[in-house]
Design a protein around this ligand. Sequence first.
Ligand SMILES: Nc1ccn([C@H]2C[C@H](O)[C@@H](COP(=O)(O)OP(=O)(O)OP(=O)(O)O)O2)c(=O)n1
Length: 133
Amino acid sequence: MESVTIEELRKKQTEFAAERDWEKFHSPRNLLLALVGELSEIFQWRSEVSRDLPDWEERDKVHLGEELSDVLLYLIRLSDICGIDLGQAALRKLQLNAIKYPIPHCTKDSSSTKTIATASKNAVTAADTIAED
Ligand SMILES: Nc1ccn([C@H]2C[C@H](O)[C@@H](COP(=O)(O)OP(=O)(O)OP(=O)(O)O)O2)c(=O)n1
């Protein structure tokens, strides 16, 4: 399957907006509201949804793919106009998450207050560690 980069999607979104003279509509606030609205309707009023969506019709799955794509495209556009390199920011955040939630801790009793307190402490340490890099 053909792979795609965040940068390719970012460029296509930039072109899409420029060709339609829609830059004026793509403010951070507008993009955020557009992003948040896209997915809710699909899951609204359904009972709990199982993984792989066994009870969904094919056309509903196609529709979900379209709405997920809208969210991704709006998120990439929002990041772009805010001057955030989304790929780099996400890689950094994965590092922070791994430090904040060490595997041995999370595979024990993850609901214990001790685990949550340690996670908060680790979060501060993680931010300091990454900032020093
Ligand atoms: N001002 C806009 C409007 C649309 N889009 C692009 C980004 C999204 O990928 C897609 C969203 O289009 P719609 O708002 O028409 O949403 P849907 O295609 O999901 O239609 P609907 O919400 O009516 O089902 O178009 C955009 O960049 N800027």
